[in-house]
Design a protein around this ligand. Structure first.
Ligand code: PHE
Length: 447
């Protein structure tokens, strides 16, 4: 057995776990999903789910990882003799590939958009011209593939350096930088005339917009944004120090994740409202709408560069965690060196993400179940794989995990969180599974 590392410090652990959580989910996805689901009422439900449901799932994952100190498959193998639970490990690995594939494509776009911002390419362009630029880029096929591969390679190089020297070191630099850039951007947005309308949109709820599908979307969005339900937190949990207070890490990360999503909304919506654009415009919101808007506001040149750089930083620290699920598996189950594991990961993730990028070329034959690969992966991961993975994990921790192990892990051997432990266990046993099942049933329209 190779020697296993742990995170070097508490700040390091928070930067790494927070780096995983804060990503495209907060900056690219949250604003448009909130936009499509009615704004403030969605935001309130999303925040409630993040604290009441997602935190217990995250703690459950930490406890499996920290006790076993293994990759997702090895973790279930070592923690229970019942072999069926290894299925959760497999589901996690597949989810890591699926999410990383479409995620790398979007991250690749952000590299192209940084380049275009730097050369001043968006200046003076009309919305129609930006639309043409984006469509041409995505449909060219090979250009997005190159950027996607570049992004995957960058990831593999950093993750290849190791948990402490690669992932932790870069997260500690990139996360504070990201927060700084985002706050700067939000402050600039506060001077736009659409700011008041954005505050209303994000904070004044219209409850009539809430229905079952909105709640399901909030759950999927929260799981995606907190990186739970696919073993990333089992893997990262395996590097957590045994005395580290898990509650503190999970709570800090949840607060950071929610705050960054809302601040991203405050940075993005003012531009949207100032120019009278419909906030429900969907996944293209960030890539189509924003460049045009930036081109028309004071300081737009710099803002555009900062924004897409921020998107890239957010994306890469999240990708580390998905890649680490795959790399830890390869290193421990096949006894590969970290270097070789990253080469294998680069080749496999590179191939799958290239297919995702190519599936967006109009007329492409790369389709599955009647949908292009990119859209399918995006939909299936948030709406099915993560809730299903999260459900299996809480059922395992709530009902099947050895009680002493569970208590030792959650309370860090009786040193922290002892008072809230019974409450959290009750949530994990009853409330969280029931909530996820009810949401599933409403997704398939049974209730
Ligand atoms: N949480 C990341 C984001 O918000 C995405 C992610 C999902 C990362 C699942 C790891 C695992 O962008």
């Amino acid at each position: 057995m190779k020697e296993r590392s742990t995170f070097g410090s508490r700040f390091g652990a928070i930067a790494v776990v927070g780096g995983s959580a804060v990503g495209l989910g907060n900056i690219w996805k949250f604003p448009y999903v909130a936009g499509q689901n009615g704004g403030a009422a969605f935001v309130i439900i999303y925040v409630a789910i993040s604290f009441l449901i997602s935190i217990p799932v995250m703690l459950s994952e930490f406890s499996i990882g920290r006790h076993s100190r293994r990759n997702v498959l090895g973790a279930f193998r070592s923690i229970t003799p019942q072999r069926g639970w290894q299925g959760v490990g497999w589901l996690s690995l597949i989810a890591a590939f699926v999410i990383l594939s479409f995620y790398s494509v979007i991250s690749g776009w952000s590299i192209e958009f940084i380049k275009e911002s730097v050369v001043g390419g968006f200046a003076g362009r009309t919305p129609a011209e930006v639309q043409t630029f984006f469509t041409d880029f995505v449909s060219s096929g090979w250009r997005p593939v190159i950027y996607t591969l570049l992004f995957v390679a960058l990831n593999c190089v950093i993750v290849g350096l190791g948990v402490e020297k690669g992932i932790e070191r870069y997260s500690k630099i990139l996360m504070p930088l990201l927060a700084l850039l985002l706050v700067g951007l939000a402050v600039r947005s506060a001077f736009l005339s659409g700011f008041g309308q954005s505050v209303d949109f994000l904070f004044r709820p219209d409850w009539s917009k809430i229905n079952g599908s909105v709640v399901v979307q909030a759950l999927g969005q929260s799981f995606f944004s907190m990186s739970i339900g696919m073993g990333a937190m089992i893997t990262y949990g395996s590097y957590l120090n045994s005395r580290e207070n898990m509650f503190r890490i999970a709570a800090t990360v949840a607060v950071t994740d929610v705050v960054i999503a809302v601040v991203a909304g405050l940075a993005i919506f003012p531009a949207v409202f100032t120019f009278g654009i419909n906030p429900t415009s969907g996944p293209d919101l960030v890539f189509l709408t924003l460049p045009t808007l930036f081109a028309q506001i004071g300081g737009g040149y710099l803002i555009s560069i900062v924004f897409f750089l921020l998107l890239l930083f957010a994306a890469i620290t999240s990708s580390f965690s998905m890649l680490e699920v795959i790399v830890a598996y390869l290193v421990e189950e096949f006894d590969l060196t970290r270097f070789k594991a990253n080469v294998v990961a680069f080749l496999s993730v590179g191939l799958l993400s290239s297919l995702c990028a190519l599936s967006q070329v109009p007329g492409s034959k790369i389709r599955l179940f009647g949908s292009n690969l990119f859209d399918l992966f995006d939909y299936v991961s948030s709406n099915l794989m993560l809730p299903l993975g999260g459900l299996a994990i809480v059922i395992f921790v709530g009902w099947f995990m050895d009680r002493k192990i569970r208590r030792d892990q959650f309370t860090s051997y009786g040193t922290s969180g002892v008072a809230i432990y019974p409450f959290v266990v009750a949530m994990i046993k009853f409330v969280v599974p029931v909530a996820i099942i009810v949401m599933f049933l409403s997704l398939i329209k049974v209730i």
